[in-house]
Design a protein around this ligand. Sequence first.
Ligand code: OOB
Length: 540
Amino acid sequence: MLEHCTPWPEEAAARYRAAGYWTGETFGALLGRLAAEHGDRTAVVSGDDRWSYRELDERATRLAAGLHRIGVRPRDRVVVQLPNVAEFLETAFALFRLGAIPVFSLPAHRANEVVHLCRHAEAVAYVIADRHGGFDYRGLARAALKEAPSLRHVLVAGDAAEFTPLDGLRTAVDGDAPSWPEADPSDVALFQLSGGTTGTPKLIPRTHDDYLYSVRASAEICGLDASTVYLAALPVAHNFPMSSPGVFGVLHAGGRVVMAPQPAPSAAFPLIESERVTLTALVPPLALLWMENAARTPHDLSSLRVLQVGGARLSDEAAGRVHPVLGCTLQQVFGMAEGLVCYTRADEPEGYALQTQGRPISEADEIRVVDENGEEVLPGEPGELLTRGPYTIRGYYKGEEHAASAFTPDGFYRTGDVVRRLPSGHLIVTGREKDLINRGGEKVSAEEVENHLLAHPGVRDAAVVGVPDAFIGERSCAFVLPRDPAPAAAELRAFLRERGLAAYKIPDLMHIVGEFPVTGVGKISKRDLRRALAQTLTRP
Ligand code: OOB
């Protein structure tokens, strides 16, 4: 296994193989098999591109050879920051084929995140689109090249400027084609990013064996088959639209992936109509937006059979409106890039989909719900969710520092989520213990933003907390204890942007305060800050 990663203990790995969860197939081999089985069927639709399974397979093979030609080798890390375009799949599978390891960065990430990822992963290449959503990623690439000494190549889908065009890289594979050893299925296939609570995002190593199991089992649970047409509305770099069952699950089933450039109704609804989309996945705020727009859209959405909602808590009220308004079934999904994914199922009484966040994929997912002393709570009582299983990691990449807080000594991942478990095994997410703000699925680490604020000379101390919000669930609020002269909120916002922080991490609200409430031991009391905020917000 790649160094600085924590493998499963031998005993557990043997058990997962014996039970047939880990099959020994790699993602690179999977695409070859799919091309043989589904050849001419359409695999992916993106703008004017319509690629068959065979075409996707051929492109991935040629791109893998091209990447090898410029020196990308098995186990090299490559930061991939592409929007929802067909090239996303081509690049991912080319890297899988090569045994090189994609690090999936979200399109919303900016210099701060991208530079951190390139440096932390010691990436040799960075793959971007030229422009997307009004933003020019080539500027980011220039910053990354300056700050990440390991970076040797910038590969661009579209107009490459001074960089290497992805289009020119595909190499015909003939007799002299380069060859390299097949990837090991128990090795790291890709890195997902943690939406975690630390100062910088952590890298989550997912192996071929474990990730492919979660993809295959998800596709099965969700009843996917070759007639499935999936709209990738959320950014496919995220674990939910990538693998739960997401684009990989849909390809695994021989279905068709339709890439939406944006998740807004204006972009998504016409595609649902023209491609006869049957399944899609949204975070709660988008589900609300879609429901608001569905009533007055001229587009025919009747092909949609299932709407998956996850990433953040969907209110019971909104859950109840999905079927009446959109005419499709709601499936709730509660998952995490570290592993565990829970689904409500089509063959269960409807109440579960309306009121719970589902139950785990696998009978081998071990679940513990514990109190602050790590003792299991009584059945049905709320407690922190701990989990271990065939597709939940045992450690972060270079994660020694976080090992003790993120995992129990016997290998359970501490999710930081507070849940209640029903006798049926379904979980209801009732809260959170981790210091994270969930802006409708977009995760913001309080510590990360606090550290950036503290870098401003006018800031003595800073605390970032979540504020309840009817639409996105939570907004972020920064409390700042200033030095003299006190900086204005607008100046601090501009400062964070200049530091290259992704826009969704810039605090929605900013309060300059004279002092912080403290706890008994003198720590900043975030509980009191939240309470003070709730009072100001409810004051008439
Ligand atoms: C998904 O993955 P991440 O890694 O961005 O975030 C994981 C965290 C969870 O620990 C939980 O705090 C929250 O997001 N979350 C939910 C939720 N789904 C995720 N909280 C309440 N209700 C839900 N349905 O967000 C993710 C990964 C795979 C599938 C779906 C979501």
